[in-house]
Design a protein around this ligand. Structure first.
Ligand code: MN
Length: 312
């Protein structure tokens, strides 16, 4: 097993928020089809627009309309409430214990804003790469209450795939699992694994030792295929963990800005389509459709001067 530290990435926009990104990283593009893991908070959301002056204070989440292609976004909250709006007509609040899954396919745009009910904002934003056979499909959105299971003293909420005999209703296109695991202080659990899956275990909080190795908060443990269980021991602080896993993806990807593609030219074409149809135009018949928002859509950054290379 390998332990990956996070890197802090500021999200764009007026109300910028720092996130802790663990994948993708050099040498690790995917875990199963999971291709992106941003971990944020707990951030206190200030009600005053001037901010409260503490390190973790934020004005909340407010991501203007932006596109996605070739991926699914999975939103999972530990605390807070987010309002999702997208170009296929979805409008959905999400709270802890619920999952928002947006399948971008050939193209979609969406807005995510934390609501005035949000005092603390804390959670993860994940992406799943769509296999070549599904990445040109029409976009769709779904929202579910995630089923619960338990192992030893731990309670487990499964938001993607199957674990401990329960199966999440979320639509996926390759074998995957995603779950939140709460382990009380002083407890030890043995979590069953699928030997065909590789796994990532993110520590959100707690004193956590996995297979006799300490994993610090905000770090991601990577476990390759071939294991049938994982022993998790928790010290004096209760632990919240996020488990992701899947069959190794096996397709090389180019990930740039909010797009997942297969080569540089395809990414450049996605960018041109977003800029021409939405940012500089008003082509409601285009793949990205339309979402109403006061400040308008987010322009794409300039393409890099070097060609993007497929990884994974
Ligand atoms: Mn998004």
């Amino acid at each position: 097993m390998t332990i990956y530290p996070p890197r802090v990435v500021p999200l764009g926009g007026v109300r910028a928020m720092n996130v802790r990104r663990t994948i993708p990283r050099i040498g690790r593009t995917t875990i199963g089809a999971w291709c992106f893991l941003d971990h944020y908070g707990p951030n206190m959301v200030s009600t005053a627009s001037t901010g409260s002056g503490t390190d973790t204070a934020t004005d909340g989440m407010a991501v203007p309309p932006h596109p996605h292609t070739g991926l699914q976004t999975v939103s999972w909250l530990f605390q807070g409430e987010i309002e999702h709006t997208d170009s296929v007509g979805s409008h959905q609040l999400i709270n802890p214990g619920e999952v928002n899954l947006m399948t971008a396919g050939r193209g979609i745009q969406h807005v995510e804003v934390s609501t005035p009910n949000t005092r603390w904002l804390h959670g993860v934003q994940l992406w799943v790469a769509l296999p070549d056979s599904a990445r040109h499909n029409l976009p769709f959105f779904e929202h579910h209450v995630a089923p619960r299971a338990s192992v030893g003293a731990a309670s487990v909420t499964v938001f993607v795939g199957e674990l401990l005999g329960v199966t999440a209703p979320t639509t996926v296109f390759s074998p995957l699992v995603g779950a939140e695991i709460l382990v009380p202080a002083g407890q030890r659990i043995e979590l069953p694994l699928n030997p065909e899956f590789e796994y990532g275990l993110l520590v959100d909080a707690g004193d956590v030792i996995v297979n006799d190795e300490l994993v610090e908060p905000a770090h991601l443990l990577y476990e390759p295929t071939g294991k049938d269980s994982m022993v998790i021991e928790v010290g004096e602080q209760p632990a919240r963990l996020l488990l992701i896993g899947g069959v190794p993806f096996g397709e090389k990807l180019v990930m740039w800005w909010n797009f997942v593609g297969r080569d540089h030219d395809e990414i450049e074409a996605f960018r041109a389509r977003w800029q021409n149809e939405v940012v500089d135009g008003s082509n409601l018949e285009g793949d990205f459709g339309y979402v109403a928002y006061p400040s308008g859509p987010l322009p794409a950054p300039e393409m890099p001067t070097v060609r993007l290379r497929p990884r994974g």
